[in-house]
Design a protein around this ligand. Structure first.
Ligand code: NAD
Length: 256
């Protein structure tokens, strides 16, 4: 049985991961970490610090905030616990903390834990290699009104994939347009963030040619989609050597 510690446990994703873990006999939730004002009335098994739980052999699953992610990376490295991290919108210091932790413990980070988005990334790669280079690429994402970062980490990931496939750098990503922008430059990948209601996560990649266009789109309608992927990642890091892993490593290990 894998001992899980959930960070951001009272949040939308933390609760979805706990629900999915309860349905899997190979996991036991050892502790839940969140801000004290987010703890339920019965505080058993809750803390406001990961230091109360993380130990060698545990798997910490973190969907919290950039600060929460950074603190987790440092503590997991110090305690020898593996880390599965899903927080988006990290700054350079957060990315550096993740990289430093991966030198000491297994760390798996993904901006999107759904299997459908993993398939969308492969489909996008195939579509771009089948199409002429002059087709325009635009990404439109929609999320619920409480999301804190824009554009989504997944939209940035899809944009980076598309840029790499066209041989462009990250400077090609263009977030939103307004004013007298002039004609669209060919070497540009547009990213547009729509916010409202309760959308869980919707990403469309539009590939537009002359007189025809193609849309590749993934819609997550339930956070269980991310939670199941995060648990597959938890099983993977529980057995892995120290290092930085992605969801692709989990998917290719399955095929072995
Ligand atoms: P949420 O606001 O519902 O939950 C976040 C929880 O983390 C809150 O309960 C908050 O109190 C807690 N928290 C914040 N900072 C903390 C800290 N320093 N220590 C302990 N707890 C802390 O948000 P959410 O919708 O669950 O999303 C959380 C993060 O996960 C966001 O960055 C979001 O973009 C990302 N996300 C990733 C995926 C993915 O597949 N990778 C999917 C959905 C959401």
């Amino acid at each position: 049985v894998i001992a899980l510690v959930l960070v951001g446990a009272a949040g939308r994703m933390g609760r979805a991961v706990e629900e999915a873990a309860l349905a899997s006999p190979d996991f036991a939730v050892k502790g839940r970490v969140d801000r004290a004002d987010r703890h339920p009335a019965d505080r058993g098994g809750w803390s406001d610090t990961l230091a109360d739980f993380a130990a060698r052999g545990d798997v910490v699953v973190e969907f919290s905030s950039p600060e929460g992610c950074r603190a987790c990376a440092e503590l997991c490295a110090a305690r020898g616990a593996a880390l599965v991290s899903g927080t988006t919108g990290l700054d350079a210091a957060g990315e550096a903390a993740i990289a430093a932790a991966a030198a000491r413990v297994p760390v798996l980070r993904s901006a999107n834990f759904s299997l459908g988005v993993a398939a969308l990334r492969r489909a996008l790669d195939a579509a771009l290699s089948a199409l002429p280079r002059d087709w325009d690429i635009e990404i439109v994402e929609r999320h619920h009104r409480r999301k804190l970062d824009s554009p989504s980490g997944t939209a940035l990931l899809l944009g980076a994939d598309a840029a790499a496939s066209r041989g462009l750098g990250s400077g090609a990503l263009r977030q939103g347009r307004s004013g007298r922008t002039g004609p669209r430059p060919a070497a540009e990948i547009g990213i547009h963030a729509v916010r409202g209601g309760s959308w869980v996560g919707d990403h469309a990649v539009l590939l537009a040619g002359e007189g025809e266009w193609l849309e590749l789109r993934h819609v997550a309608s339930d956070r269980g989609a991310f939670a199941h992927g995060a648990l597959a990642a938890a099983r993977f890091v529980a057995e892995a050597r120290p290092g930085a892993y992605t969801l692709d490593d989990v998917l290719s290990a399955k095929g072995r």
